[in-house]
Write a protein that binds this ligand. Sequence first.
Ligand code: F0G
Length: 355
Amino acid sequence: MNPGALVRYADRLPITEATPALTIGEGGTPLVRSRNLEGGFGIGALYFKLEGCNPTGSFKDRGMVVAVAKAMEDGMSRLLCASTGNTSASAAAYGAAAGLETVVLVPEGSIAPGKMSQAVAYGARVVTIQGNFDDALRIARELADYAERFALVNSVNPHRIAGQKTAAFEIVDDLGDAPDCLFIPVGNAGNITAYWAGFREYAQDGEATRLPRMMGVQAAGAAPIVNGAPVPNPETVASAIRIGNPANWARAVAARDESGGAIDAVSDDEILEAYGLLPAAEGIFCEPASAAAVAGLIKRARAGEDFSGSCVVCVITGAGLKDAPAAERLAVRPPESVPPDVEAVARLIERGQGA
Ligand code: F0G
């Protein structure tokens, strides 16, 4: 049985005897070796960390379980977050499990439908902001300052970062050491911050002999860190990382520089190419933001960077069903309709071979 991230790494998390042992099965996600892209792009060893296998379908659950357990311990009665969708789904789920009211602020018309369904199903109060994510986060921060007993569970909450470190621990525990490079999508920049903290902590404690290069990837239309300036109207097909002014900006830059890594931008076309390659070549269906990490790796490999001696991990941050309509952009064979007759089906399949 999966004990949950809180219990498994309890001695590395800010929990006390008074912290409730909350879990809905987060953490312990698979690290899967690539079957095709590794050879195709000449990478020594390529792995995918499948964070879409968390209970609400994204990596947010690792941090949320800690943030919500601490909110319970502190006697908070309400959770609050701004979100491009996944944080709100996760907050709503852990809020329901903990018996806390959850209020989520999301940018109107721009969160993926699966994520909206989750927040609604888990019973959160969903408020759509007539603006973008950066507007929603600004409002959430101000609201948390003056409204009573609201626990802000965005990645500005240090318990979120603490919980998300556990993914780095798991990668080292599975591989026996840190990888050479970690490719990870960057939005509000909490996750790259958390992984870097986790890898450093494990290396300091002798659990790993080395540190990875942190390779963050932003969408070109929402690439404030790459451009060195906030983006007032961020735009990208990868709605999860449609963020123009990340809260953890400085810490992402520190992770990049301290690790000798990079933060790159990839175009929507490059994201969509990786988004199609992952299911077709690896059997991994993720949401577009997650594919950005793989697009970043492919872009560097094509530009001639030599990964033949490297162990590379790509973090697949969220599940494909979160944003099912995005799959309509893939150049794949559409469903074919036939009468309920075995010969009709057989004829269609034979005719269609290799077409
Ligand atoms: N991938 C997915 C699927 C995400 O949902 C997010 C962020 C990221 C990557 C980027 O992570 O923000 O820590 O740099 N989603 C947030 C949300 C912003 O509200 O769900 P980050």
